[in-house]
Design a protein around this ligand. Structure first.
Ligand code: PMM
Length: 284
């Protein structure tokens, strides 16, 4: 299986890591760390050295209570970072984590080739068209509500099959994306761990991830440092959750995910490579 996007593609014949570069003052686990372009350059090159296959640049935090940013401010954060990464890591595909079509369009023009939309194209009516026209790779992540509420529990109401609801809602977004002209080979599905999901919902969705994988598209999981991992490991500080994150990623790999969005690349790279070798050895 291969994920196609504007600058080429990524084969998914082994686990792939999307390294997180948040150029926000207030993201939940790493806000404010990358203040200068030199910081961005150093961090990007470190993530790639540690084994990231894609770099994901985000300029707006979805943390409940985080400051909302307009498109101009988001552009001011994201575009210089993309320029710096293109120069520093020219062979690494870049994705832009945004729900705004105008930010996505400028990011794609600056050298990004993937749009990671945590609203799965719900919040900006122009987003699907921009992605289709530019041939961007697209991550459709499950969420409910607007940017201010999607990472809270405000919409975390499910019946007795949360996974089924998540899959049905993602299928609707997939249909909308295809109707807008985005080719299937460019689309990746993401269950949206922690978005409109309490710990029990995130666990249910990860535990039954094979049902999402059965839709036939590549699956990306973003469990990195999230609250449910903190709760399970009693690690209050998000930066202490790398091992818990690696555990979640290994289980997601076993259930069929192939892309993993993480802050701590080295820990998940090692865990996923070892898990993959064992899975492959068992496939004879
Ligand atoms: N999580 C966050 C932000 N963007 N994108 C995708 N595709 N999947 C996720 O799970 C996801 C995301 C929130 O985490 P962060 O603030 O640490 O980036």
């Amino acid at each position: 299986m291969e994920w196609r996007f504007a600058s080429g593609g990524l084969t998914l014949d082994r686990p792939r890591i999307v390294g997180i570069l948040n150029v926000t003052p207030d993201s939940f686990s790493d806000g404010g760390r990358l203040r200068t372009i030199d910081d961005v350059r150093r961090h990007a090159s470190r993530l790639v050295d540690e084994g990231a296959d894609v770099l994901d640049v985000g300029g707006e935090s979805t943390r409940p209570g985080a400051e909302r940013v307009d498109a101009d401010e988001e552009r001011r954060r994201v575009l210089p970072a993309i320029d710096a990464i293109v120069a520093e890591c020219p062979d690494t595909p870049i994705s832009v984590d945004t729900v705004k079509a105008s930010v996505a369009a400028d990011a794609l023009a600056a050298g990004a080739s993937i749009v990671n939309d945590v609203s799965a194209l719900r919040l900006d009516p122009d987003m699907a068209g921009v992605c289709a026209q530019r041939g961007a790779g697209v991550v459709l992540m499950h969420s409910r509500g607007d940017v201010a509420s999607m990472a809270s529990f405000a919409h975390a109401t499910y019946g007795d099959d949360p996974t089924g609801e998540v899959i049905a809602e993602l299928r609707d977004r997939l249909d909308a994306a295809e109707r807008a002209g985005i080719r299937r080979e460019r689309i990746v599905l993401d269950p949206g761990i922690g978005f409109a999901k309490r710990a029990e919902h995130s666990l249910a969705v990860l535990g039954a991830l094979d049902r999402l994988v059965a839709c036939g598209l590549p699956v990306l999981v973003g469990a990195s440092r999230k609250r449910f991992i903190g709760a399970l490991t009693h690690r209050d500080i998000p930066a202490d959750r790398a091992a818990g994150t690696a555990g979640a990623n290994v289980m997601a790999l076993v259930r069929g995910a192939r892309l993993f969005r993480v802050h701590d690349v080295r820990a998940s790279r090692d865990a996923l490579d070892v898990a993959w070798a064992i899975l492959e050895a068992g496939r004879v």
